[in-house]
Ligand binder design. Structure first.
Ligand code: FAD
Length: 487
């Protein structure tokens, strides 16, 4: 990688002239620190790390990187779980990582229209806290919401427990100001309820940093519900918990959230959070219903009835906000609690139709057994989004291989059962080479054409999302003619 060359020194010098030099970093420690995200197993190396404050500074960074031909990696907090923000050197050229965490201002809140303009580095939970006094919140609530940025949420089209009824990030983004790979500024979408023309906002949301850098985002704010009931259910088997989810959804009633944890992860979380979870249950469900008082009463009754029918062994309703908060803290601490089981974990994100939840969870356990690895299950079960997690010791090469082979099988299982590779974490580096399991060559080519419209020079987050396996494509031929490799 070009780190010590004159060209690299001159790139760093140009960036330092554009930004305050203290906000352009290229020491070995930063290379390592910003060389990873929360996926953990994929590591790159950040050539130079920039911390812009404004759209203009982002433009400068992108233009300078482009002039020197270096790849650009947009980055928020680095909590991504698919390696999306991992800087991969391109043709030996050190990546320029553009971190948005200092662009953390809520620019404007329009209480009447329920819209906020924010910079991309605003943390998800900070926005909800900021507008809570208006009776509003930002509905997408990834479990990482204390740490992840809204720019990262937009790039990954993130979900969260309450996206079951409120919808994922895409439903809450009206417009995005983007610094394009050539350094120009575009505004995609608009504040009108029905913006005219092609919906490029929709193409950008979920594009994982491959089409440009979001520098301002207009988000919808959602009223806080008038009433909420949170129910904690314990089940004798994983099957009975999964069946309960399918049956609740089949009634046509959609709870605000419906989260599943199996016994192993419940025990690990309980030791850590002390939330009073039923650790004797083979699986638990945390179900939240919201709406008017009357609707909430009725929904809670339906949930309790189905759970009882599925032989639930315990059922509790949170009697106060403190109990509700600690149950949610328990659920949102699930990944962190895994450190109690093993030093590393490999987390999956497949999604399946809710009618196939039970059989898929059974097959996940069978796959784990066949590779002699342990699996724990957490799921945004209401929308069929599974998070089977394999705790392991990354220092053991043999375990490493078995864990990753089991992971590939689990991803393929979700697709075979009518689902998809990712429910919310994105494709990134992690699932890039599995895209061919879900899409044919023609589909991949069309996706790449769209990407090329935004990034004809292929400098924006190369090596992510699309597999290298589509080299036979027309796009690859065009690239070959232009003397560029498939990225
Ligand atoms: C404990 C834990 C729990 C989690 N729970 C959930 C969950 O419930 N639901 C969920 O969906 N995810 C979850 N995640 C994953 C992660 O938090 C989300 O994907 C989050 O949106 C990433 O935000 P970030 O700021 O950390 O982005 P990063 O990890 O820094 O980047 C993620 C991707 O976005 C791109 N990007 C970042 N900022 C911009 C920008 N301004 N413009 C263009 N591209 C950009 C990057 O290039 C990268 O491809 C969890 C992660 C952890 C560690």
């Amino acid at each position: 990688m070009q780190l010590a060359s004159d060209g690299f020194a001159s790139l760093v010098g140009a960036l330092q002239s554009a930004l305050d030099p203290s906000r352009v970093r290229s020491t070995p420690i930063e290379n390592v620190l910003y060389g990873r995200d929360a996926l953990g197993s994929a590591g790159g190396s950040a050539g130079v790390v920039c911390f812009p404050l404004t759209t203009e500074e982002v433009q400068e960074c992108v233009r300078i990187a482009g002039r020197y031909g270096h790849p650009v990696i947009p980055r928020g907090s680095g909590t991504g779980l698919s390696g999306g923000a991992v800087p991969v050197p391109d043709e030996g050229l050190a990546p320029v990582v553009i971190v948005t965490t200092k662009m953390n201002r809520v620019i404007e809140v329009d209480e009447d229209e329920r819209i906020a303009w924010v910079q991309p580095g605003v943390l998800n939970l900070d926005l909800s806290r900021k507008v809570a006094h208006l009776g509003l919140h930002f509905a997408p609530d990834p479990s990482s919401q204390q740490a992840c940025t809204i720019g990262g949420n937009v790039a990954n089209n993130s979900g969260g427990p309450h996206c079951l009824s409120y919808g994922v990030t895409s439903s809450h983004v009206l417009a995005v100001e983007v610094v394009a790979p050539d350094g120009s500024v575009l505004v995609l979408g608009g504040l009108d309820p029905e913006p005219v023309g092609y919906d490029l906002r929709a193409a950008f949301v979920g594009s994982e940093g491959t089409m440009g850098i979001a520098t301002r985002i207009a988000v919808r704010l959602t009223p806080l519900p008038p009433a909420v009931k949170t129910v904690l259910l314990g089940f004798p088997t994983l099957d009975s918990a999964a069946n309960t989810v399918s049956r609740i959804i089949a009634t046509g009633y959609v709870p605000a959230a419906m989260e599943l944890m199996d016994q192993r992860i419940t025990e690990a979380v309980e030791e850590f959070v002390h939330a009073g979870l039923p650790v004797d249950a083979a699986a638990i469900l945390l179900v939240e219903v919201d709406g008017t008082e009357a609707a909430v009463e009725e929904a809670a009754r339906v949930v309790a009835e189905i759970a009882h029918d599925e032989s639930a062994i315990s059922s509790q309703i949170a009697q106060d906000e403190a109990t509700r908060a600690i149950w949610w803290k328990a659920r949102k601490s699930a990944f962190g609690a895994l450190a109690r089981i093993a030093p590393n974990y490999y987390l999956h994100d497949g999604v399946v139709p809710r009618t196939r939840l039970t059989e898929t969870l059974r097959s996940v356990c069978d796959i784990a057994d066949s590779f002699d690895v342990t699996v724990v299950n957490v799921a945004h079960a209401g929308d069929g989004n599974l998070h089977p997690i394999i705790p392991y010791d990354g220092r053991d090469q043999d375990q490493n291989e078995r864990v990753h082979e089991a992971g590939n099988k689990i991803a393929q299982l979700c697709v075979a059962n009518g689902g998809a590779l990712s429910g919310e974490h994105g494709i990134g580096l992690e699932k890039r080479d599995l895209m061919g399991v879900l899409f044919g060559d023609d589909d991949l080519v069309e996706q790449d054409r769209l990407r090329l419209v935004f990034d004809p020079e292929r400098i924006m987050n190369p090596h992510k999302v699309l597999p290298e396996g589509s080299r036979c494509s027309e796009v690859a031929q065009l690239l070959a003619r232009a003397g560029k490799a498939w990225a």
